[in-house]
Design a protein around this ligand. Structure first.
Ligand code: TPP
Ligand code: MG
Length: 278
């Protein structure tokens, strides 16, 4: 069952995951490193911090907790975490986006062990997660469902349909985590489509709402514990993050020019050094 790493080990893992993200997207010559880097601590907390109940040797175990990456374009972070958890061999990472590779540009659950949903068309993951959460109730199982959504993704009406549905059914085994990195494909979220007041919106939809620094393990663990303990309503964790976290070139990119753009080999060399020093 689930082992829980101590904070220094978790920080080592975040560096390793970030290196994988840069290496695999630069090798592929395409992909979404910036969208992956903002979610590293969230996924490391889930998969290495003892939050997610799972067993890599039994990806189909009926009682496993489910994790769904609704912002499917950020899959390099999920692939890197799954490989480090032993779901598939390391070599797969470096076939990202190649013809025939199971690691497609957006996650394909039919080809990769450990994936719970095929995502990439934004807006759908929370509805899929709600379906799993209701299925647990029907089947008398006690697993928990976690769904990571993007801030730009919240422009999709389906996110709010799922939010309403989860409230209607008082689903408390569903936790949404919002990777609030303030940028979407075409720019700064408040300019493209303002989401604020966000906490109040989720509250109005009947959700228990927690706001955290999405790069702070202590805050994330506290939030996951609170989400699990909240009964009679679903929880959303609004995680404030930095797009491209750990790579100064992308962090400084106020024009969001790096959305969906891999680093060149020269840029990657600098980035890998920075990550090592994080
Ligand atoms: C339905 C749909 N429309 C458009 C796209 C293209 N697209 C890919 S990523 C993205 C921006 C997503 O922004 P956000 O949710 O903030 O994720 P981030 O990359 O910032 O983590 C868009 C519009 C898509 N994948 N699906
Ligand atoms: Mg975003």
């Amino acid at each position: 069952m689930e082992e829980r790493y101590a904070i220094p080990q978790l920080q080592d893992k975040t560096r390793l995951i970030r290196r994988h993200i840069i290496t695999m997207t630069t090798a592929a010559g395409s992909g979404h490193p910036s969208s992956s880097l903002s979610a590293v601590e969230i996924l490391v907390a889930l998969y290495f911090g003892g939050v997610l109940r799972h067993d890599p040797s039994r990806p189909d175990w009926p009682d496993r907790d489910r994790f769904i990456l609704s912002k499917g374009h950020g899959c390099p972070v999920l692939y890197a975490v799954l490989v480090e958890r032993g779901y598939f061999p390391l070599e797969w990472l470096f076939t990202l986006r190649q013809i025939g590779s199971p690691l497609e540009g957006h996650p394909n659950m039919l080809r990769v062990p450990g994936l719970e949903a095929s995502t990439g068309s934004l807006g759908q993951g929370l509805s899929i997660g709600l379906g799993h959460a209701l299925a647990a109730r029907l089947d008398g199982r006690d697993y928990h469902v976690y769904v990571l959504i993007g801030d730009g993704e919240c422009d999709e009406g389906q996110v709010w349909e799922a939010a309403m549905g989860a409230n209607k059914y008082k689903v408390d085994n569903l936790t949404a985590i919002m990777d609030y990195n303030h940028y979407q494909q075409t720019g700064y979220v408040p300019e493209v489509m303002p989401l604020e007041p966000l906490k109040e919106k989720w509250r109005a939809f009947g959700w228990h709402t927690i706001e955290v620094d999405g790069h702070d393990f202590g805050a994330l663990f506290k939030a996951f514990k609170e989400a699990k303990a909240t009964k009679g309503q679903p929880t959303v964790i609004i995680a404030h993050t930095v797009k491209g976290k750990g790579v100064s070139l992308i962090e400084k990119d106020r024009g969001n020019k790096f959305h969906g753009v891999p680093l060149t080999s020269e840029q990657a060399e600098v980035a890998l050094k920075e990550i090592e020093e994080m």
